[in-house]
Design a protein around this ligand. Structure first.
Ligand code: CP
Length: 312
């Protein structure tokens, strides 16, 4: 099996063939979620902890469903009802949960580097479910799975990523992944939210959305991450909408068969019009559906299991 990692901390550490292995494995798991009985015994006996220190709808629930569909036991940790509110430190919280002998810990945290830090004192497999502005590897993998479903391959695709690039772990993971698989990536957004140093990752940078959309195959819209902004990066939401919102008129600049993606949660009427979010060109809910197959693949590749038997 061409996937030798103990942890999934980011896309940066993966080779193109490891990325393809995850996508191919996800492909084989996709069908399980369409069965009447959506369960196989591949990870029976394994225990997984979903450790989320930041809010989540998609990532947490799809990791939970992925684990359950593989027959693993999963425990959801809720920071607000945990002893963290009594002052227990991050390290003590993780050590306490690790003492219960889980096989894997899935971590989301507002600080970049927490999943990496956790690997220095934990024996479990660690999966990054989003760390600060750093990486969100399973989001990029499910985005790639969705792009491959729609476009077949990545070479020579033009992917335009729009919005708050500076604070976006989704953008960073997608940039690493898409460049590794040979896509052309164009970043566009307001200058304060689009660091020029991103050019070192082999992307093109622009500040004019209309121009960046010309000939795009994939348009990836991003949410403005107010929770990570300590100062005002643009004068007003109205101005942001005028310059960077995806509307039907703007969409016409992209290729006829272009698709619209968004990792969610979306701000309707801010970065994307409601019409565009709900249009036939939007694959936003497909991304959510694909997240389960991709997370099943990640859990399987890291924790092992007897897949052949399970499918028999
Ligand atoms: N895309 C994403 O990470 O969404 P959630 O914050 O709802 O998990």
């Amino acid at each position: 099996m061409a996937f030798k990692h103990k942890h999934l901390l980011g896309i940066q550490a993966l080779t193109p063939s490891e990325i393809i292995t995850v996508l191919d494995t996800a492909e084989s798991f996709y069908e399980i979620s369409t069965r009447e009985v959506k369960k196989v015994p591949i990870l029976r006996g394994k225990t997984i902890i979903n450790l989320f220190f930041e809010p989540s709808t998609r990532t947490r629930s799809s990791f939970e469903l992925a684990a359950k569909r593989l027959s693993a036991d999963i425990v959801n940790f809720n920071q607000q009802t945990s002893s963290a509110v009594k002052g227990e430190s991050l390290k003590d919280t993780i050590l306490t949960l690790e003492a219960m002998n889980p096989d894997a810990i899935i971590i989301r945290h507002s600080c970049s580097g927490v999943p990496h830090f956790t690997t220095t004192f934990c024996q479990s497999h660690i999966i990054n479910a989003g760390d600060g502005s750093h990486e969100h590897p399973t989001q990029a993998l499910l985005d790639a799975f969705t792009i491959r479903q729609e476009k077949k391959n990545f070479k020579d695709l033009k992917v335009t990523i729009v919005g708050d690039i500076l604070h976006s772990r989704v953008a960073r993971s997608n940039i690493f992944l898409l460049r590794k698989l040979g896509a052309r990536v164009v970043l566009v957004g307001p200058p304060p939210l689009l660091p020029l140093e991103m050019k070192k990752f082999g992307v093109d940078i622009g500040f004019n959305l209309d121009r960046a959309l010309e000939g795009a195959d994939v348009i990836m819209m991003l949410r403005i991450q107010m929770e990570r902004q300590q100062k005002n990066f643009f004068p007003s939401i109205r101005e942001y909408r005028n310059l960077y919102s995806l509307t039907e008129k703007r969409f016409r600049r992209a290729k006829k068969k272009a698709i619209i993606m968004h990792p969610g949660p979306i701000n309707r009427g801010v970065e994307i019009s409601a019409d565009m979010a709900d249009s036939a060109k939007s694959v936003i809910l497909k991304q959510v559906e694909n997240g389960i197959a991709v997370r099943m693949a990640v859990l399987y590749l890291l924790l092992g299991g007897k897949k052949r038997e399970a499918f028999a």
